[in-house]
Write a protein that binds this ligand. Structure first.
Ligand code: SF4
Ligand code: SF4
Length: 386
């Protein structure tokens, strides 16, 4: 990498949601009040300066945008109303698009038409798959005298398609992870070989931050943000595990008793998702909190999808319970259309990308700290490993 200057970087960042970075005069007030900043990571001031100078490769080599959890404290003290927190958010979107080599992420963040077209296209493809399946097997074979969801949408076929889609999305996420690691480690790997041992030993940092998201607790005065975020993650991870790993068990024509895990796991995930998505949408409509004052178009997508998925899931459950075949089937198709569109616009390029990139940033910083430590104190490295 070199330090090529992109004079249009600030302008580009506006498409990603930056609103005042050009009027920042680098006083450093924001960094002074940020609860997550440190001597090595003096954000957001340093990131805004790099953006003003157009040094995009320096930004790509930094983990700082991922170390900010958007409490908004910095915006309160900015004498220029340069909205530093919003620039950090815009940088996270911009970096996500940079890590995604397909260009899909960049299109989604910079064009509302691309977002609308992507959702429509995925919904129509899903609908077409159902129509083609029933055209081949015979529309007359759809049970209409009782609800038989697994005849309308055979669970093993749906599961196989979900897993195929999951493989593609997993590849997209992992290639983004690999690209971020390559950019962040580039200044070090250009000078020294990083032993695999350090990556393996520090992997615990990734696991810790992935599962606890604990830096949310230190971001801002409202400690409930961490808990709410953890609750939201627990909700969609529960649903993801049920769908990816156990769809054959979760999508059934049997109505189980209330105490059965298939029901309470589904209810838990649904309640949590409705609460978290509803609160996020309400906050964005109200615009009272700093983090909700400026909403990029893609910020509305994730909670809207989550709410659509939860409500259609409840309706399928109710219609199945009361024995209405066509309402069950129609709402089920809408549910699948929404979920496919959500996964395609979120995994690896939307909010689900943050879930990986934040702990990855902590992990890579831990590896870098170990390298520095072993360079200063070579006796710490096991003999014969480097
Ligand atoms: S964003 Fe505001 S507080 Fe931060 S350095 Fe710029 S002018 Fe100062
Ligand atoms: S939004 Fe909060 S965590 Fe992010 S830079 Fe500003 S003060 Fe720091």
């Amino acid at each position: 990498m070199n330090n090529r200057v992109n004079p249009d970087l600030l302008l580009n960042l506006k498409d990603y949601g930056a609103v005042g970075a050009e009027i920042c005069f680098n006083c450093g007030n924001c960094t002074a009040v940020c609860p997550l900043t440190s001597d090595e990571h003096p954000f957001p001031r340093n990131m805004i300066r790099l953006a003003q100078l157009g040094l995009e490769e320096k930004i790509m080599q930094s983990t700082d945008p991922w170390l900010c959890y958007y409490c908004g404290d910095c915006a309160q003290t900015c004498p220029r109303q340069a909205e530093p927190g919003e620039t950090m958010m815009a940088l996270r979107r911009w970096l996500t698009a940079k890590y995604d080599r397909s260009g899909h992420g960049a299109r989604l963040y910079t064009s509302e038409k691309a977002v609308a077209w992507t959702i429509l296209r995925l919904a129509l493809i899903t609908l077409a798959a159902f129509v083609i399946y029933h055209a081949v097997t015979g529309f007359a074979n759809i049970p209409t005298d009782h609800v038989a969801l697994n005849t309308f949408a055979p669970v093993m076929v749906v599961w196989a398609l979900v897993l195929l889609h999951g493989l593609y999305l997993g590849y997209r996420m992992l290639s983004g992870v690999a690209n971020m690691a390559r950019y962040v480690m580039a200044p070090i790997t250009a000078e020294t070989k990083v032993p695999l041992r350090l990556y393996l030993e520090e992997f615990k940092t990734f696991v810790l931050h992935f599962f606890t998201q604990k830096r949310w607790r230190d971001c801002g005065e409202d400690r409930s943000r961490w808990f709410k975020h953890l609750l939201l993650v627990s909700g969609y991870v529960t649903m993801l595990v049920l769908v990816l790993g156990f769809l054959w068990w979760f999508q059934t024509d049997n109505i189980y008793p209330l105490w059965h895990p298939q029901r309470w796991l589904g209810y838990y995930a649904t309640i949590v998702l409705i609460y978290a998505a509803g609160e996020a949408l309400y906050g964005r409509i109200q615009k009272k909190d700093q983090m909700h004052r400026f909403s990029h178009a893609t910020d509305w997508l994730f909670p809207s999808f989550i709410l659509t998925g939860a409500v259609t899931g409840i309706l399928v459950h109710i219609f199945r319970y009361v024995g209405w075949p066509w309402p069950t089937y129609i709402i089920y198709v809408i549910h699948v259309m929404a979920m496919i569109a959500m996964l395609d616009t979120e995994v690896g390029i939307g909010k689900w990308a943050h879930l990986f990139y934040r702990p990855l940033a902590m992990y890579l910083e831990a590896v870098k700290a170990r390298i520095r430590q072993e360079q200063l104190e070579p006796e710490l490295a096991p003999a014969g490993t480097d």
